[in-house]
Ligand binder design. Structure first.
Ligand code: S3P
Length: 449
């Protein structure tokens, strides 16, 4: 297994882009596969997770061409999928397994979804219970409602369902199932989560109703084939945003990055911690807003991250915990028990790795208390097989005295195959394009200083 070695990095002064948003890419290929003709998807994520969704849709009879990296031509077949010849391997991708389960529940054939060791430990009861209420026949073949999932397609009926956990994957599984259900399916989310599925349905002319936390979709609609361009992944950019924010005088521009408001809570947190963050949306009419982010670093101070903010930055919590360790004061993360059932138990993994680097951390049932500004020292750390743990601690290594080694970093490809290359550029910034133009056109930055 590969090790990644990191040394303290020079001050960041750079302008970058990141590959396509992972959440949006999954949804784009799923809905395009159900559409009434070919759809060209540009800016598609190069992550292993999204490739799992592509391979799965091919196994279900959809032709998907890749004329160049980042571009897919998906030949939608008017919702007609065919029985897979073999089991469908979702790899490490919870999004693939959960969203696909929603689609497969309404087909006329049986399929089996499997995943790697990590995905096979993740809770699937949360999708199985409501899908069964819709009439689905799903069996979890693992212990305690875990994968493999055996799904025997059956006629579905629309239901009204209130999400017991704030999960966009669960919401989306039910909305996709709703496309194949009779009547109207309504999902109520007490706390808003990322809304990419709803936006994408609207864009592909599958009518949704949205009102006060309730999202409804109607069965029998065929998505209209359309081309779509996917913005950069803010969750990948987050690693560099924090790296720049925590360096007084650090300066980073990220171009063409997704700025959907259900994903940008991290920017507000960085502002609270003392960094200067500005965003300029390029084209407000895009279904998924995108634009430029500018971060100027400062000595960070502690903050509290909790409540409704949590689902909107759930994937950024590992790197925000690192920011907490670099900030003065005690940073508290609460109401984040979902972190325990991600690719690994992220609360335990963060606490373990931060302590190994010399930080004082208290593990809470639903979060962390991080006593900041300990001088971090290099250490030999585990990735726990979790891409975001690997990347968060690679960034921690940029601030540590001595060498940090992250073991088993192959998992980084799960979401961000270009991460290591970018890290090297930050370590040896000679070839970098420097961030010349500061965003000056910003009349009303959403997250101003
Ligand atoms: C995702 C939703 C989140 C997130 C995951 C991607 C999505 O999971 O952690 O990386 O694309 O819908 P939950 O919705 O289960 O919290």
């Amino acid at each position: 297994m590969d090790d990644l070695r990191i040394k303290r990095a020079p001050r960041i002064e750079a302008e970058i882009t990141v590959s396509g948003d992972k959440s949006i890419s999954h949804r784009a290929v799923l809905i395009a596969s159900l559409a009434n003709g070919p759809c060209v998807l540009r800016g598609f994520s190069r992550s292993a997770d999204c490739m799992n969704t592509v391979v799965a849709m091919r196994a279900l009879g959809i032709t998907i061409e890749q004329p160049e990296p980042g571009t897919l031509i998906v030949h939608g077949k008017r919702r007609k999928l065919t029985a897979p010849k073999d089991l469908i391997d979702c790899g490490n991708s919870g999004t693939t397994m959960r969203l696909l389960a929603g689609i497969l529940a309404g087909q006329s054939f049986t399929s089996r979804l499997v995943g790697d060791g990590s995905l096979s430990r993740r809770p699937m009861g949360r999708i199985i219970d409501p899908l069964r209420l819709m009439g689905a026949h799903i069996t979890a073949e693992g212990k305690e409602d875990t994968a493999p999932l055996k799904i025997t397609g059956s006629p579905l009926r629309g239901i009204k369902y209130t999400l017991p956990v704030a999960s966009a994957q669960l919401k989306s599984a039910l909305l996709f199932a709703g496309l194949f259900a009779q009547g109207k399916t309504t999902v109520e989310e007490p706390v808003p989560t990322r809304n990419h599925t709803e936006l994408m349905f609207d864009y592909f002319l599958v009518r949704t109703q949205r009102d006060n936390g309730r999202i409804s979709v109607f069965g029998d609609l065929v998505p209209e084939s359309r081309d779509f361009s996917i913005p950069g992944d803010l969750s990948s950019a987050a690693f560099w945003l924090v790296a720049a924010a925590a360096q007084p005088g650090g300066h980073l521009l990220v171009r063409q990055v997704g700025l959907n408001e259900t994903r940008t809570a991290i920017l507000g947190v960085l502002v609270r911690m003392g960094a200067q963050v500005r965003e300029a949306i390029d084209d407000i009419d895009q279904v998924e807003p995108r634009g430029t982010l500018e971060v100027t670093g400062a000595p960070l101070k502690a903050t509290v991250i909790q409540g409704k903010e949590i689902p909107q930055l759930i994937d950024e919590l590992p790197i925000l915990a690192v920011a907490g360790a670099l900030a003065s004061g005690t940073t508290i993360i609460r109401h984040a028990q979902e972190l325990r059932v991600k690719e690994t138990d992220r609360i335990a993994a963060i606490a373990h790795n931060l302590r190994s680097m010399g930080a004082q951390v208290v593990e809470l049932d639903d979060g962390l208390e991080i006593h900041g500004r300990a001088p971090l020292h290099g250490a030999r750390l585990s990735s726990f097989g979790d891409h975001r743990i690997a990347m968060a601690f690679a960034v921690a290594g940029m601030f540590a005295e001595g060498e940090t080694v992250i073991q088993d970093v192959g998992c980084v490809a799960t979401s961000y195959p270009g991460f290591e290359k970018m890290l090297n550029e930050f370590a040896n910034p000679k070839g970098f394009r420097t961030a010349t133009p500061v965003i000056s056109s910003l009349a009303h930055p959403r997250h101003g200083e």
